[in-house]
Design a protein around this ligand. Structure first.
Ligand code: B12
Length: 252
C-alpha cells in the first residue's frame, strides 16, 4: 500500500485551521456511500473523509454584533476560495499517492451533489462531526472548541485508509440558547442536535434564515446576500475564542 501523505501538517501549513479524518462507514445512509463509491472508481468499499476548517479573522467576527458587514461578506468569499484550494490540493495529494479522492469544492457540489436549494448529498458538517472537529450547535452550525462556530468548512471523500479521528456524537450546548434568542429571523428552533439528525429543519428554518439574512445584508452594506453571522457571533465558544485572542494580543 502506498504511504499516506501527512495531510494534516500539509493542509495546516497552507492555511487550514483544523483538519480531521472521518471513517465514513459510520454513516447510516448506504445510498450516499454508494454514490461516492461509484464515483471513486477503484476505491475500496471503505470510504474516509477529510474535514477541513478555516477560521475567520477575529476582527471580522468581532464586528458581527449588529449582523452582516461588508468585511464579513469579503471574508466569506475569500474563505470559500481558500477552502476550494485546500480541498483540491488535498484530493490531488491523495491521488498522487495512488488513492481515489473527490474534493467537495463548490463547483463539484453544485454540479453533482446539490439535492435542492438547502441540501447537499453529504454536508460538510456531517463529515466534520464524524472527523471529531465539533458538534452541531443549536445554531445549526458546527461548533468547535477552538474557534466556536467562526469557521467555514470543506471536505474531501477518499478511498485512502486514513486513521479516523474519534467522532463527536453529542452536543455540548447544554442549556444555552443565546443563538436562538439573537436570531433576527426567529429561525432557530432551540432543539438539541443528536447525531443522525439529518433534517435541518429540526434545527433551523432555512428559508426564513435566508430571506432575513439577505434583507439585513442589503440594509447593512447594500448587497442582498444571505449571510448574517449573528448566530455564531453570540455563541459562547466563539466569544471565548475572541477573548483568548484579545488576551494573547495584549500579552504580546
Ligand atoms: C444550504 C446551506 C445553507 C442554507 C440552509 C442552512 C442549513 N443549515 O442547511 C442557508 C442559506 C439558510 C444557510 C445559511 C447559513 N449558512 Co450555510 N450552507 C448550506 C450548504 C451549502 C449545504 C447545507 C446542507 O446540505 N444542508 C442539508 C442538511 C441535511 O444538512 P446540515 O444541516 O448541513 O447538517 C446536518 C447533518 O450534517 C447532520 N449531521 C451532522 N453530523 C452527522 C452525523 C451523522 C452520522 C449523520 C447521519 C448526520 C449528521 O446534522 C446536521 C443538522 O441537522 C452548506 C455547505 C455544504 N456543502 O455543506 C453551507 C454551510 C452549512 N453554511 C454555513 C454557514 C456558515 C452558514 C451561515 C452562518 C451563513 C451566514 N448567514 O452568515 C448561515 C447560518 C444558518 C444556520 N444557522 O444554519 C457553513 C457552516 C460552517 C459551520 N461552522 O458549521 C457551511 C458548511 C458552508 C461552508 N462551506 O462552510 N446555509
Amino acid at each position: 500500500m502506498p504511504p499516506l501523505p501527512d495531510l494534516k501538517t500539509e493542509l495546516k501549513n497552507l492555511g487550514a485551521s483544523l483538519v480531521g479524518f472521518a471513517d465514513l462507514s459510520r454513516l447510516p445512509d448506504e445510498a450516499v456511500l454508494h454514490t461516492f463509491r461509484e464515483r471513486l472508481r477503484g476505491a475500496p468499499t471503505a470510504l474516509y473523509g477529510v474535514s477541513i476548517a478555516v477560521a475567520f479573522a477575529p476582527e471580522i467576527v468581532a464586528g458581527l454584533g449588529n449582523g452582516p458587514t461588508r468585511a464579513y461578506y469579503d471574508a466569506y468569499h475569500a474563505a470559500n476560495d481558500t477552502l476550494d484550494a485546500l480541498a483540491s490540493r488535498c484530493a490531488r495529494r491523495l491521488e498522487e499517492a495512488g488513492f481515489a479522492a473527490w474534493a467537495q469544492t463548490r463547483a463539484n457540489v453544485n454540479a453533482h451533489d446539490t439535492l435542492n436549494e438547502y441540501a447537499t448529498r453529504l454536508p460538510h458538517k456531517t463529515v466534520a462531526t464524524l472527523a471529531g472537529l465539533g458538534w452541531v450547535g443549536k445554531n445549526a452550525l458546527l461548533v468547535t472548541r477552538q474557534f466556536g462556530s467562526a469557521i467555514r468548512l470543506t471536505s474531501v471523500i477518499t478511498g485512502a485508509p486514513l486513521p479516523g479521528d474519534a467522532p463527536i456524537t453529542v452536543s455540548h450546548c447544554g442549556r444555552c440558547v443565546k443563538c436562538v434568542d439573537i436570531c433576527p429571523a426567529d429561525a432557530l428552533t432551540g432543539v438539541t442536535w443528536q447525531r443522525g439528525m439529518i433534517t435541518t429543519n429540526e434545527l433551523v428554518d432555512t428559508e426564513r434564515c435566508s430571506i432575513v439574512a439577505a434583507a439585513l445584508s442589503k440594509n447593512n452594506y447594500g448587497i442582498s446576500f444571505d449571510i448574517c453571522g449573528k448566530c455564531f457571533y453570540v455563541c459562547p465558544f466563539t466569544q471565548k475564542w475572541l477573548k483568548r485572542r484579545e488576551k494573547a494580543r495584549a500579552d504580546e
